[in-house]
Design a protein around this ligand. Structure first.
Ligand code: SF4
Ligand code: SF4
Length: 375
């Protein structure tokens, strides 16, 4: 095994191939505080990529309700249990990653879901933590919480799917870090399904090959964000490119949120894959729960997000989420105006941080009418 640097766990780790970072790494930030679980993203993906035969059960994008939701069933709990104890010392992970704890003769610690595990994509939806007793009413702060976690393939820096494949059918594109399955090489051994801890590779029994989220690469190649991003009703998503921490740029939106503000965190960094979808943790959920999902930076990230109203650059950047279908590679704020900049350096969109509210009188004497939509 090679020794590679994984900045998310604050140390070197063992991986099956030498470190080979792409020229640019496709990455994304999801703001969990804004997701309303409308599942528009899920359907946007389903109708674009997985409406064929053998793909019926596939959800390359899914949205689960935490703490009880998971797709496939208990994908996360099973692995946390198998890892058995994950010790962080500050920002350094001192436990073992999935590669380091692989059983003899295997490349990754993993498990393969049963058919039945895919049968309940909405399990736990809108179920809150703790019991709501008969006759109880909501008082603040409330102990009963849940939140929505939207998930796609993380296009990991150290993909477990790629490491597990005995045929070498999975590859990471050097130009943008998107992870793909070569359909011509794949023989359907399903080792990737077993290896991916996020369970984002799916087996197609009709073609006898594995399939997965392709980050809508034909769109990304044209500078356009993927389907699940541009269709997101809650405007929770932003796609772009992430640099290494030591090369972070303050005007790159993803770098700014991940490396500079540290308000967006990876999902289960302790697995060791360096996933490239980053989450702004839900600020109403317990910090201990967020820590288990998003690592030791969770409590601080919640604090930073709560203070966003007093942090104009952060607040401004959050206003750009969902404001353009183009990939935003730079941003700048001048006063109350935030500008998204595209790959070629052209301004894509300008968004005011505060919108003026005009309230029209309910009665219009000139036209002799009563308005029902007053603002
Ligand atoms: S479309 Fe956006 S808001 Fe709706 S479920 Fe998906 S991520 Fe959440
Ligand atoms: S999330 Fe899973 S399928 Fe996607 S790159 Fe990582 S290991 Fe592979």
């Amino acid at each position: 095994m090679a020794r590679v640097n994984n900045w998310q766990i604050g140390r070197e780790m063992s991986y099956w191939y030498p470190e080979a970072r792409p020229k640019k790494q496709f990455a994304a930030v999801f703001d969990t505080n804004k997701c309303i679980a409308c599942q528009t993203c899920t359907l946007a993906c389903k109708t674009t990529w997985t409406s064929g035969k053998g793909q019926e059960y596939m959800l390359w994008n899914n949205v689960e309700t935490k703490p009880y939701g998971s797709y496939p069933l208990a994908y996360d709990l099973k692995l946390l249990d198998m890892l058995n104890g994950q010790a962080w010392n500050g920002n350094k992970y001192e436990g073992q990653t999935l590669f380091e704890s692989a059983p003899a003769g295997e490349r990754v610690l993993g498990w393969r879901p049963e058919q039945q595990d895919y049968a309940y994509p909405n399990v736990g939806e809108d179920d809150c933590a703790n019991q709501v007793d008969h006759g109880a009413f909501l008082s603040l702060p409330h102990m009963n919480w849940f939140f929505y976690l939207a998930r796609i393939c993380n296009h990991c820096t150290y993909p477990a799917c790629l490491a597990s494949c005995p045929r070498g059918s999975i590859y990471k594109r050097p130009e943008d870090g998107i992870v793909l399955v070569d359909q011509n090489r794949c023989r359907g051994y399903q080792e990737c399904v077993k290896g991916c801890p996020y369970k984002k590779v799916f087996f197609n029994p009709l073609t006898n090959t594995s399939e997965k989220c392709i980050a809508c690469f034909p769109k990304v190649e044209q500078g356009i964000q993927p389907q699940c991003f541009v269709n997101c009703i809650g405007k929770i998503r932003m796609a772009g490119f992430l640099n290494k921490p030591e090369e972070a740029r303050a005007d790159n939106p993803i770098d700014y949120l991940v490396h500079i503000k540290k308000v967006a965190l990876p999902l289960f960094p302790q697995f060791g894959l360096e996933p490239n979808v980053y989450y702004i943790p839900p600020i109403h959920a317990p910090a201990s729960f967020n820590r288990q999902l998003f690592g030791p930076g969770a409590a601080e990230a919640m604090k930073i997000y709560r203070n966003a109203a007093n942090d104009p650059d952060l607040a401004g950047l959050l206003c750009l989420f969902g404001s353009t279908e183009k990939m935003v590679t730079r941003f700048r704020r001048q006063g109350d105006l935030v500008t998204a900049v595209g790959d070629g350096g052209a301004d894509l969109v300008r968004v005011p941080m505060h919108e003026t509210v005009h309230i029209r009188p309910a009665i219009d004497p000139m036209n002799q009418l009563v308005r029902i939509n007053i603002p």
